[in-house]
Design a binder for this molecule. Sequence first.
Ligand SMILES: Nc1ncnc2c1ncn2[C@@H]1O[C@H](COP(=O)(O)OP(=O)(O)OP(=O)(O)O)[C@@H](O)[C@H]1O
Ligand SMILES: [Mg+2]
Length: 381
Amino acid sequence: MAEVTGSNEFQGKEESDSSQENKPPFAEQTGTSLNISQKSVEVQEKPEVFGGPIGLDVGTSNIVMAQNKGAKIGIATQLNAFFAIPQSKFTGQILSQNDIVFFEHNKQYYIIGDSAENFANMFNANTRRPMEKGFLTLREDSGVAIIQAIIKTLVQRPKKLGEIICFTVPGEPLHEDHKFSSLDGHESVIRMYLESLGYTPIAINEGLAVVMAELGDENFTGIGISIGGGMCNICLSYMSVPVIMYSIQKGGDDIDESVSGEVELSATKIKGIKEGGLDLSALPKNNVELALQICYTDLINHVVRSMESVFSSSNKIPKISQPVPIVIGGGAASPKGFREKFENTLRSVRLPFEISSVRVSKDPLYTTAKGALAMAISESK
Ligand SMILES: Nc1ncnc2c1ncn2[C@@H]1O[C@H](COP(=O)(O)OP(=O)(O)OP(=O)(O)O)[C@@H](O)[C@H]1O
Ligand SMILES: [Mg+2]
């Protein structure tokens, strides 16, 4: 692993233990004491070290770390992106002096995380990503080194050797349109790295993480959905046990690219407009907004129709006597009017159980990290 400049490491020995794997989370515990949905979030500029279990959301667009910070949840994030520049001693010094996070690899400097976006903008170019559609990409030669370096900016060695870290993984894609969709390969790269730092890593499905973060009051029973940058993850959970989990390799990135293709603006610009306050409940004011609305309608339709087909054809559906809630997290669920659009689309399909409510989580960008933290805490007890 290449040395990262700009992160503050601390000491711990290397050890691995993944024996707690695959235990149904919270199975022997009651819901309320593990309910973290009411806790408020404090976003940190620089990750602080508090000790204790960690939730880590390894997403296509963002990596998010969550840890208990007193009565709150401390959150630190890093863009899962990089920008490569030619290596030179002089440039290295300037970057270090300016607190730019970078590392040296293959005779290049890789500027990683949030700093990469600033560089890309200056060079009028796009950042590159170590992940694509939810999984590590084979397109980038140094993808593994880069993702490790980005994680290292957020997760230092544990204070206590063998501390639990719970990290998110996607569900198996419904229609594999990605060359490297091997969940095992992706998961083991992340797991091995976290083990090498001295943690006991436990994987949690991203949709289940949404359930863990948000459905404490409903005994962790319901459907958790994450609408991210690279994919959508869907999980039907009964009392915290995942019954059905799958993913669709479409998300916010596809919206940016599709709209960009229609209106001749770069995908980065479209992303900015989209995140700047898109309102899906209002009439579009221009061609970009119209294209964004069309793409959102398409994405929501895709998710809702997949739920109809997967749930209706499954023989694993539990006999649930009460209607179940749907909770949606992930950054791409942020726009105003998303919930209403999702709920309206849901009316056009038939599911094998009734839905009690549809809601978007309070902090969509942090929901899966919070859910992973809830799981890490329960596994640490
Ligand atoms: N306010 C916003 N309005 C609309 N979209 C947003 C907003 N904020 C973030 N997004 C979009 O959310 C997506 C990133 O969400 P998130 O961080 O949950 O994804 P991820 O976990 O990194 O990816 P994935 O789960 O697909 O692997 C991007 O497409 C981004 O443009
Ligand atoms: Mg995600």
